[in-house]
Design a protein around this ligand. Structure first.
Ligand code: 2IT
Length: 446
């Protein structure tokens, strides 16, 4: 029999200075421990001990030359966490705060998220402590080339298929895919999130944000409610926030705030016009990592420097920036201001204290590994298209994405419904994602 505190103490001892990984692991283990303890095959297979250990961790040196002809050194990683149900799949994050612990948390989350999509994908994550802020395109190109020169040794279309994450978008995927092709002479789907003329899937850029809104739509419908007319806020202003704002506008919800590391934008008229939504992409492409210019461009919008977006009253809050961006205090503010639904679109966007606060008030809370799975799901569809050397229509991909998000929602309800009728989406997502991977691991032997 497993005991939560004992198991976690040992995991912490083995993984010192990796608090994000420990946080992600504790949440999953706490959700599944009763199921594990009641299932002899999981106990006999030592399934928890085995699932928290990455199959492989690769760390490498990335040397590149900046525009001043100075040599720069960064660290690159790929965490190949679990391949029980398919090739490792998960993004690459370029951010100055990236450590091995960050990528282990992301890789661990990815195992269960990918399992939830119903597609055959294992879990992995990679990246670098490279900081794209303020870099020129030429510097980004040289970094990406050097990064892929090493990474290409460890990946392949049926082995490990990276994609984008924070700091890695279409431009970076292009530079890395170009180098992969140069070295390996292969036009295979070794990365996803590719450009539309060289193997990318339609809807992939929008997929994470769209998927999150499809999920939110299901949550609201389940509560006999509708997105139409709802006042919403979306943290972040990157690719994911952009997709979420676009689809929120489609459903008739009014997004009144977005945010960046410099503060947040309050736009009571709504961030929902095509011009404003397009401007989010421009802001991101500038490499400056700030939202302040939005308020200069659009009259009536206000920039609030240095403050967190969660003080803005709203009915639906979407996290679409970073892990632990919404803590217990933020949750109290949102609750006081009458928040009705919280949809985590960033990976582990909420601290355990925040989740506890929402759940204590019976506010529906959708965790990232369920709500943001649309991104990796369409990555999986991109792999399918690449494997059959075809490209599907946008409507075909979008329909499949919608079906996948509905399936994830149903799985959460099935595994997460409490006696009082409240849906614990955290537990539901963790149990449903876990079972498939654990069963596969049992069947594959050790
Ligand atoms: O967090 C994520 O699911 C991603 N960054 C997307 C991963 C992918 O392989 O598309």
């Amino acid at each position: 029999m497993y005991k939560l505190d004992e198991f976690m103490a040992e995991l912490e001892r083995k993984n010192p200075a990796q608090p994000e990984f420990i946080q992600a692991a504790r949440e999953v283990v706490a959700s599944v421990i009763d199921v594990v303890n009641k299932t002899p095959k999981y106990l006999n297979n030592k399934i928890l001990d085995r699932i928290v250990e990455p199959e492989r961790v690769i760390q490498f040196k990335v040397e590149w030359e900046d525009d001043k002809h100075q040599i720069q050194v960064n660290r690159g990683y790929r965490v190949q966490f679990n391949s029980a149900i398919g090739p490792y799949k998960g993004g690459l994050r370029f951010n100055k705060n990236v450590t091995l612990g960050t990528l282990k948390f992301l890789g661990f989350e990815q195992i269960f998220k990918n399992s939830l999509t119903t597609l055959p994908m294992g879990g992995g994550k990679g990246g670098s402590d490279f900081d794209p802020t303020g870099k020129s395109d030429a510097e980004i190109l040289r970094f990406c080339r050097s990064f892929m020169t090493e990474l290409q040794k460890y990946i392949g279309p049926d082995t490990d298929v990276p994609a984008g994450d924070l700091g890695v978008g279409g431009r970076e995927i292009g530079f890395m895919y170009g180098q992969y092709k140069r070295i390996r002479q292969e036009n295979t789907g070794v990365l996803t999130g590719k450009g539309q003329t060289w193997g990318g899937s339609l809807i992939r850029p929008e997929a994470t944000g769209y998927g999150a809104l499809y999920f939110a739509d299901e949550v609201l419908k389940y509560n006999k409610d509708t997105l139409k007319g709802k006042r919403a806020i979306v943290s972040g202003f990157g690719n994911v926030a952009w997709g979420a704002v676009t689809k929120a506008a489609f459903y008739g919800a009014k997004v009144v705030a977005i945010s960046g590391p410099d503060g947040y934008i309050l736009d009571e008229a709504g961030v929902s016009t095509p011009e404003k939504i397009a401007y989010m992409l421009e802001l991101r492409a500038s490499n400056k990592n700030i939202v302040a210019p939005y308020a200069e461009k659009f009259k009536g919008a206000k920039f609030v420097p240095g403050k967190k977006i969660w003080e803005v009253p709203c009915e639906i809050a979407f996290t679409a920036a970073l892990q632990n961006e919404l803590d217990g205090k933020d949750a109290e503010k949102l609750i006081k201001n009458g928040v009705k639904y919280v949809i985590e679109v960033s990976n582990m966007g909420c601290t355990p204290e925040a989740i506890e606060a929402f759940q204590a008030k019976k506010i529906p809370f959708a965790p990232g590994k369920a709500a943001n799975a649309g991104g990796v799901a369409v990555s999986g569809l991109e792999m399918s298209q690449n494997a059959e050397h075809l490209k599907w229509k946008a409507s075909e991909v979008d329909d499949k994405l919608k079906t996948i998000m509905k399936n994830i929602f149903d799985a959460c309800v099935r595994e997460g419904k409490q006696k009082n009728g409240y849906i614990d989406y955290v537990k539901g997502a963790n149990i449903a994602g876990f079972k498939k991977v654990a069963d596969a691991m049992c069947e594959l032997g050790y």
